[in-house]
Design a protein around this ligand. Structure first.
Ligand SMILES: *Cc1c(COP(=O)(O)O)cnc(C)c1O
Length: 360
């Protein structure tokens, strides 16, 4: 069977080159006679994989030396709890800028741990498009300000950092991680669930500034305590070795491509191609105001929603899958992460154009 263009929001498409490398060395990893998933995480062969992956990630993101890179489990939602348990420990206050489903859920979870306030920043403009209010009022004595850089469900991406004065910023970058360069030094901590843009599900990467490590609440489970993870090189408990290995292959793939500047260029091109088509075609509606349109997740709607099932069935027949929108939003969503080639976006636009003409 041939591979389709898969627009899944997560777990999502992986680079074909990476999948082939993994396939080729799956049974016998570098001549050791075992698979990389069959060996101890403490063996020298796996430790080499782990260290190389971390170094490649540091190179890609130019992670400053005073930040630790942690390879964790528990997903994005695990960090919804880990962040407050580790960082809500001064005034016990934090402000959460909410711009969609994921930041709202993070806010709800954090409320369990302290005095957490919501700054609802998304709204609908006069054309009924989602916009984000960037004029925030932050409380004086908060431990941190939290936001989500790219809202995966509604496709809202913030291209500028929220203006929070001297307050510490924490960001959930799950669905835009490694899609473009990022200045890690502007954050106390960023984290990303790997299953969107990096690796199979099961790995969460957190990048934490040194001085924030070692302050966790007593109630914080050891596996979520950044200090324990940092002290043990993310091997306090058995890490998700397969995901870590796959992430390492993806980091190498990104380096070979020219790094995150090159990746960003491609992502700008891909997303512009799709949004330009959507703007030019009366048959479809978009959801988000131009300045906040995600380069990774592109929600769109057929003006005649009665055609949704037909659209999805014909798309699938044309090798274009997982375009159905998130259940809370309906409509369609095309996730076009790093691993989606331009050819996939072209094929999608070609199909959508044909479908519009045939059903107008
Ligand atoms: C998918 C996602 C999450 C949740 O990740 P899980 O690993 O399923 O817990 C959190 N935040 C963002 C932005 C996401 O896209």
């Amino acid at each position: 069977m041939s591979r389709v263009y898969n627009f899944s929001a997560g777990p999502s498409v992986m680079p074909e080159e990476v999948m082939k490398i993994a396939q080729n060395e799956f049974l016998d990893f570098k001549g050791i006679g075992s698979s990389v998933i069959e060996i101890s995480h403490r063996s020298k062969d796996f430790v080499a994989v782990a260290q190389e992956a971390e170094q490649d990630l540091r190179d890609l993101l130019k992670v400053p030396d005073n930040y630790k890179v942690l390879f964790m489990q528990g997903g994005g939602r695990g960090q919804f709890a880990a962040v407050p348990m580790n960082l809500l420990v001064g005034s016990n206050k934090a402000d959460y800028i909410t711009t969609g489903n994921w930041s709202k859920d993070a806010f709800k979870e954090a409320q369990k741990y302290g005095d957490v306030a919501e700054i609802k920043a998304d709204y609908r403009d006069e054309e009924n498009k989602i916009r984000v209010n960037t004029d925030f009022k932050i409380r004086d004595d908060v431990d941190y300000v939290y936001y989500c850089a790219n809202e995966t469900v509604c496709g809202v991406e913030l291209f500028d950092l929220p203006k929070v004065g001297d307050k510490m910023l924490i960001s959930d970058v799950s669905s835009e991680f490694l899609s473009k360069p990022m200045d890690v030094s502007k954050f106390g901590l960023v984290y990303a669930g790997a299953q969107k843009n990096v690796a199979p599900a099961g790995l969460t990467i957190a990048i934490v500034r040194d001085d924030l490590i070692g302050r966790a609440m007593k109630c914080c489970p050891s596996i979520f305590d950044y200090k324990i993870l940092a002290d043990k090189d993310s091997m306090f408990n058995t890490p998700p070795t397969f995901c870590w290995y796959m992430a390492g292959l993806v980091f190498k793939w990104l380096k070979q491509l020219g790094g995150l500047e090159a990746m960003e260029k491609i992502n700008i091109e891909k997303s512009a191609y799709l949004y330009d088509f959507l703007d030019s075609c009366d048959f479809y509606n978009t959801l988000v105001a131009k300045e906040f349109r995600s380069r990774m997740n592109v929600p769109f709607f057929l003006k005649d929603e009665a055609l949704n099932d037909k659209f999805l069935a014909e798309a699938k027949a044309n090798g274009l899958t997982t375009l159905k929108g998130h259940r809370v939003l309906g409509g369609m969503r095309a996730s076009i992460y790093n691993a989606m080639p331009m050819a996939g976006v072209r094929a999608l636009v070609e199909f959508m154009d044909k479908f519009a003409k045939e059903n107008a």
